[in-house]
Design a protein around this ligand. Sequence first.
Ligand SMILES: Cc1cc2nc3c(=O)[nH]c(=O)nc-3n(C[C@H](O)[C@H](O)[C@H](O)COP(=O)(O)OP(=O)(O)OC[C@H]3O[C@@H](n4cnc5c(N)ncnc54)[C@H](O)[C@@H]3O)c2cc1C
Length: 406
Amino acid sequence: MRVLIAGAGPGGSLAAVLLARQGHDVVLVDRSEFPRDKACGDVIGPRALAVLKQADISLPAHAHRIGSMVLGFEAGQITLPARPGLGHGGYGVTIRRREFDDLLHREAERAGATTRVGVVTKVTRAGRRLSVSVGSESEDYELVVGADGANSTVARSMGLMNADRALMGFALRRHVLGATREDRVDLFLEQGDTALPGYGWVFDQGDGRLNLGIGVGIGTQRTRAKGARELLERYQRRLQAQGIVTITGSPSEMGGWLKMGLIGQRVADDGVFLVGDAAGLVNPLQGEGIAAALLSATLCASAIDRYGANGAGAYRSEIQDHFGAFLSTGYLAQRIALSHPRVARIAMRTLMVAGRYDRIASAWGLFWNDLTEYSGLQTGSLAARTMVHVGAAITQGVLGSPEWLG
Ligand SMILES: Cc1cc2nc3c(=O)[nH]c(=O)nc-3n(C[C@H](O)[C@H](O)[C@H](O)COP(=O)(O)OP(=O)(O)OC[C@H]3O[C@@H](n4cnc5c(N)ncnc54)[C@H](O)[C@@H]3O)c2cc1C
């Protein structure tokens, strides 16, 4: 079948690899020429590594390993342990997106996809076919995969997203020269600050450079992202003052939007499939989205392999099975943090005390990183699974069925 994939981030490129390997005629279009950079913490998490391995794609040996991580909140901190589970290795890696995305883009070409530079401006239906406009030219395709990120043109063109409901976030990262004592994430809930709740991070890139950034949950109001740079400044100063990082070189800065929790999204309809950020699959608790982009690309390619242009229903239910319970729990947590920061603060303080016990810290790490599906009988996995299912039941009970469940 003739397939147009809009966007060559991890989701689009992996979809192109898998569909081209299946023998489809794949055109992969991105607005940027590759290699190109992308705002990111540059962490490819354990789940993402598992999906890449399944697709037989290896990362370069210099990708730097990230294991256990310090989680800070107010004056306290705990260590989230990193242990292998049934389906994941228990560690992630940092690799710059310029290199990672280029590697996948080249893999798509190697698999037989045609790559093009161009901006997808519109998708319309023309009978059974889909007409895709790239710049001023239009062509017909049998299938379209929207992998064009948080502001997806494909999702908007095809009426697959409700902008009034979408749960948005904004994140800003710096690449700096320096060193850190530890890989670390800090949660913020300070009241009276528009750009909160949120989190900050610092990850060692293993080459004398750090990725340092912040992410903020903004609900549906993009103007709440306004204080993000000031928050990053303060966070960086705090890490320096505490002696956690030393910075020796000037930063390069880049920011981007996150679309989280599947809220207000329909991920597929009649020959059109959304993957990754376009489908709103970012983890609302910690902003990770590469694993979801890669996994959704795999599920999309598999639905197309089995049902061709009629695979939308199968894809929607696969997305629901793999992401529904966790994302609805994350959505609830974000709603509470946005509307009732005091309740969230009590919950976080309790967690910081309980998290001194290894089993609880392990459960929190699995839950927070959405690793329960891959964890088997790992320490804390039962508690993590319970958190996901109780959270999902509460979300549906309290807030009613989110649109994407219908
Ligand atoms: C600051 C920041 C830090 C983050 N840190 C992490 C992290 O450490 N780990 C993690 O897992 N996730 C992280 N994320 C989230 C992660 O970056 C995304 O979830 C991930 O990139 C999603 O991949 P994707 O393929 O769906 O979309 P993207 O990577 O966004 O790729 C979309 C592609 O589509 C192209 N495009 C967009 N519109 C068009 C158009 N109209 N026509 C043609 N091409 C188009 C873009 O050029 C882009 O190449 C972070 C995000 C931000 C903003």
